[in-house]
Write a protein that binds this ligand. Structure first.
Ligand SMILES: [Zn+2]
Length: 319
């Protein structure tokens, strides 16, 4: 009988040890389903602006949204001066809120184009690039968040936007020929509301997701993001036991939130972009940014910390 005790203990202790190393992610956002969307996007191949794969990705997003009966559409546009011959497509989905007579929006965004990595002057700038994390992870996660919001609406309407044309057309960053979708989106939103209302009063908060699925998840503390939004998300990350994945390294990020910031909208970029000393992660803008570096757990962590934070964000900024 005595001899059996250690064996029973061993069986009982093993799952406990495993769960200590990797506590389960509690919350409604399913990382596995988000990762399945990412796999489907990546399967279309490299999807720079203007590519057939991007159109397939656009139609995939739209198809999933419409199947769930979410009001969704495409805003197509061109920029002949800066992007001759290219046609861009922002995908949007709008989920009504429960509060009556509330037209102020919370915007959640992600870019879904992948960086153009062909036709550049230097050999090392040309390779097959699918942007599994960069453009893929956040787009799949945002899709899953939109589906959840449809079933669990906030008091206020939420506009989810998948931006085209985030990536710079030149290999090295050129802000003038990048952020096409988000620059367009703020103009599109400006036209929606009366001129006498400031855009920041109509869209008090914009939250961007970008590169949120890496196995070694570490969301940067972006110096362009709003301090109060950071502190609400940090508090919820702590409450869920994921504080080690958030806001460890400081870095100033130029991304799709900046056109919104330029209208004095409170913005938050949840992005893994290293810090001022380390620079961006090693896989960033390399062939290594493929499905192998992703984990459903990281997607679940970001998704659940974000949705846990939303009620407080609404309470604080949508009084
Ligand atoms: Zn990128």
């Amino acid at each position: 009988m005595n001899a059996r005790i250690p064996r029973i203990l061993f069986v009982a202790v093993l799952p406990a040890l495993t769960s200590c190393q990797n506590p389960p992610v509690k919350g409604p956002i399913d990382g596995g389903r988000a990762l399945a969307h990412v796999r489907n996007l990546v399967a279309f191949g490299p999807r720079p602006s203007g590519s057939k794969a991007l159109i397939q990705t656009r139609d995939y997003l739209l198809g999933v949204l419409r199947k769930a009966k979410i009001k969704a559409g495409i805003d197509s546009f061109t920029d002949p001066e800066r992007a001759k011959g290219l046609r861009f497509h922002n995908v949007w989905a709008e989920i009504p809120g429960t509060r009556s007579k509330e037209d102020r929006l919370l915007v959640l965004g992600s870019h879904y184009d992948s960086k153009l990595c062909r036709g550049h002057p230097l050999p090392e700038q040309n390779f097959r690039f699918v942007g599994a994390n960069d453009g893929g992870s956040s787009s799949g996660l945002l899709l899953e968040i939109a589906l959840w919001l449809e079933q669990n609406p906030l008091p206020i309407p939420v506009l989810c936007v998948w931006f085209d044309g985030e990536e710079s057309l030149e290999f090295d960053w050129n802000e003038n020929r990048a952020l096409f979708g988000s620059k367009r989106c703020v103009k599109w939103l400006r036209a929606r509301f009366p001129k006498e209302r400031s855009l920041a009063s109509c869209v008090p908060v914009m939250i961007l997701l970008d590169m949120v699925g890496a196995k070694d998840l570490s969301i940067s503390l972006d110096l362009n993001s709003d301090r109060e939004l950071i502190s609400i998300v940090a508090k919820n990350a702590r409450a869920l036991g994921f504080e080690k994945h958030f806001f460890k390294g400081k870095v100033s990020v130029t991304d799709d939130h900046i056109p919104f910031l330029n209208y004095s909208i409170r913005v938050l970029d949840l992005i893994q972009f290293g810090d001022e000393t380390s620079g961006p992660p090693s896989w960033w803008h390399t062939p290594d940014d493929d499905l192998d570096i992703l984990s459903e757990r990281s997607l679940a962590i970001v998704g659940n910390v974000l949705v846990a934070s939303l009620p407080e964000i609404v309470k604080r900024f949508y009084k």
